[in-house]
Write a protein that binds this ligand. Structure first.
Ligand code: FMN
Length: 307
């Protein structure tokens, strides 16, 4: 009993929670605020780069907007990010604005625990620095967790080209609703980046939450191409228009025609148009959210199902 009480005092919350959520998530809303104006960007903001942490949206919110996350059911403010405009990208007469995250705070934990948990998480990150895949500074990771207050869906991205095939998980993805673009932020070290720039076609499989173990196994494919489609244990079938192998058990398949790519920090930021969209099954999709978001939901007695 005393162990349960003392745990939060000595152990940080997990940074991330892997959860089962029906897509598109409607639990948390994201609103951009600037100069007395607001815009709902729940389906119109995405990460363009982790280091530095850059957020893209098709809303021009001026130089220094604030991105605010609220629980939809209660209206409670869960967190906010202060943004600073860095640049814009214009493609096909449509402009996207890129914002560097300047600072952030969340309200998912009561005050003394909030700072203490961040300190414990930062200390743990410092210890694990050599195996830290993100290459991010501590403040950046805390800000990224705030961005994940809107649970992020996980997809498997497939590529099929002459002499190169691959399938790997991504969650730095999303629609930029007003512009009609769909973005992917991929570490530029990913083995498929040059091929994606060349063939300009990928297919996204929205994976059921139950496939977590298979999905995480495919993380290795960020570094090495797939030897053959039978090298994965996941049954695949050709996608509708591109004929790219996609997950047979997917909830949804979207084919993406890539129209633009550029380096943003350590990532390559791809923008595409949805070429086909097949909604195949109902069910919960694998998502990631912040550990402190799940802790808040537990206190409200509405936890998400963890996988
Ligand atoms: C569920 C899941 C989602 C991921 N999403 C992305 C992504 O959106 N973009 C990306 O570049 N890497 C993504 N990764 C890959 C890893 O974060 C990491 O970059 C990869 O394992 C290689 O890491 P390293 O080159 O730092 O060792 C994802 C991995 C997993 C398991």
């Amino acid at each position: 009993m005393w162990k349960e009480w003392i745990k939060p005092l000595v152990r940080p919350l997990p940074q991330w929670a892997t959860v089962a959520v029906a897509a598109p998530q409607r639990l948390v809303t994201a609103t951009l605020h600037w100069d007395g104006q607001t815009a709902d960007v729940t389906a119109d903001h995405t990460v363009a780069s982790l280091y530095p942490l850059v957020i893209a949206t098709s809303v021009d919110g001026g130089q220094r907007p604030v991105l605010e996350y609220r629980d939809r059911a209660t209206g409670k403010r869960l967190g906010s990010l202060h943004l600073a405009q860095t640049t814009s990208i214009t493609i096909e007469q449509t402009t996207l604005t890129l914002y560097r995250v300047a600072s952030g705070k969340h309200r998912c934990l009561p005050w003394p625990r909030r700072s203490w948990n961040a300190w414990l998480q930062n200390r743990q990150m410092e210890k694990n620095r050599p195996s830290n895949h993100f290459n991010m500074d501590k403040a950046g990771v805390q800000q990224l967790m705030i961005d994940y207050l809107c649970p992020r869906p996980v997809v498997l991205v497939s590529i099929a080209a002459q002499g190169h095939q691959n399938i790997f998980p991504m969650d730095l993805i999303g629609p930029l609703e007003r512009s009609g673009f769909f973005s992917l932020a991929l570490r530029s070290t990913n083995v498929s980046v040059p091929v994606m720039r060349d063939v300009r076609r990928v297919a996204l499989s929205s994976v059921p939450a139950t496939m977590k173990a298979d999905v995480y196994k495919l993380s290795a494919q960020h570094k090495q191409a797939l030897q053959g489609w039978d090298a994965t244990s996941i049954p695949v079938r050709p996608s509708k228009e591109f004929g790219v192998p996609v997950v047979a058990a997917a909830l949804r398949i979207q084919e993406l025609a890539i129209v633009h790519s550029q380096e943003v920090g350590l990532h390559t930021f791809f923008l595409g148009r949805i070429a086909s969209d097949e909604k195949l099954a109902d069910g919960t999709q694998l998502h990631h959210t912040a550990g402190f978001h799940q802790a808040w939901r537990r206190r409200q007695r509405v936890p998400l199902t963890e996988i």
